[in-house]
Design a protein around this ligand. Structure first.
Ligand SMILES: *Cc1c(COP(=O)(O)O)cnc(C)c1O
Length: 361
């Protein structure tokens, strides 16, 4: 069985070079005589892996000195709880609700603090990013929360909102490392690794040092307190050692490929090719507003559910996998993360053209 083009939203495709390297090192990692899975998380060898991964990420994203990088567990979803617990002072925050994940984060935060939804695109099934120039940010909020790329709806913030000096928290799970980011504009950035950085089971948190505090509500679980994790260098308990190791390999791969600027160019080229086709197609139609389109998740429909289903089966037979859209949007979604080569998108467009020729009356 040859490798397929995997358009899944996450867990998602990883660079083949990384998989080959992991395979080579699997039974005996360097001179340890064992695999990374068997290394003690307290060993010098693992300590080196952890620091190499962290250093590589810091170089890639140009993360300023004052920010900490933490490798945590519980997925991006557990940070939905950790964010309000660690940042609450006045006990109120503003949320911009642009999709399923932002809504879930807002609902979770509302269990602990007062949540103002200051903008939402739910009226049109989250197909656009709301107007960011008319936001009503209150003076007493502890932070402003966004989900910067909406995996399910194929939208991305075209620019960052002006938070009037308030801490900006961003869930970047599905756009992490896809383009350069100015980290200094954020208080907190987090991403589940399984979209664009590695295997499932690791969540990467980048947090400004002054936001890491002992002053959290007494009900905050020890493991959810960022201070616990920061003080122990992500080693308070056993971390996802193997996952962190693979993430480090992916970071190295991106550095070798030319870094985030290069990733952005490649990703723009891939997305442009697919969107150009969608904009000219008589059969397929993009579902996201043009101004809000994601570089990573491209959502589209034919407008006929039975035809969508037939198209997905046709893709499947052609080695193009996991194109089914999320149940709340229907249709198709092509997730074209860093590891998806241009050839994958080319093949997808070819298959779409041939399907369109056969089906458009
Ligand atoms: C996938 C995803 C999540 C959920 O991640 P888990 O690691 O499964 O908790 C949250 N936010 C965004 C934007 C996602 O794409």
């Amino acid at each position: 069985m040859a490798r397929v083009f995997n358009f899944g939203p996450g867990p998602a495709c990883l660079p083949l070079e990384v998989l080959e390297e992991v395979k080579r090192e699997l039974p005996e990692y360097l001179d340890t005589g064992m695999s990374v899975m068997e290394l003690s998380h307290r060993s010098r060898d693992f300590d080196k892996i952890l620091h190499a991964s962290s250093d590589s990420l810091r170089r890639l994203m140009n993360i300023p000195e004052g920010y900490r990088i933490l490798f945590l567990q519980g997925g991006a979803s557990l940070q939905f709880s950790a964010v309000p617990m660690n940042l609450m002072k006045n006990g109120v925050a503003d949320y911009i609700v642009t999709g399923y994940w932002a809504k879930k984060a807002a609902l979770e935060a509302a269990r602990y603090i007062r949540v103002n939804v200051i903008a939402s695109s739910e009226d049109k099934n989250f197909s656009y990013i709301p107007n960011l120039s008319t936001l009503n940010i209150s003076s007493d909020v502890d932070y402003v929360y966004i989900c910067q790329n909406n995996t399910i709806y194929g939208t991305r913030f075209p620019f960052l909102p002006d938070t009037r000096g308030k801490v900006l928290v961003s869930d970047v799970s599905s756009m992490f490392l896809s383009e350069p980011m100015d980290v200094s504009r954020y208080g907190v950035i987090f991403a589940g690794a399984q979209k664009n950085a590695g295997p499932a089971g690791v969540v990467i948190l980048i947090v400004r040092g002054d936001l890491i505090s002992d002053d959290v509500p007494s009900f905050t679980p020890t493991l959810l307190k960022w201070k616990t994790q920061a003080d122990s260098d992500s080693l308070y308990n056993t971390p996802n050692c193997f996952g962190i190791y693979v993430c480090g390999k992916v970071f190295n791969w991106i550095e070798k490929m030319g870094g985030l600027k290069e990733m952005k160019e490649r990703n723009e080229k891939k997305a442009q090719f697919l969107y150009d086709y969608l904009d000219h197609s008589h059969l397929f139609k993009g579902t996201a507003d043009k101004d809000s389109r994601s570089l990573m998740n491209v959502t589209f429909v034919t407008g006929d559910e039975a035809l969508d289903k037939e198209f997905i089966a046709f893709c499947d037979a052609n080695g193009l996998k996991n194109l089914k859209g999320h149940r709340t949007v229907g249709g198709m979604r092509a997730s074209i993360y860093n590891a998806m080569p241009y050839e994958g998108v080319e093949k997808l467009v070819l298959v779409m053209e041939s399907f369109e020729r056969a089906h458009h009356l």
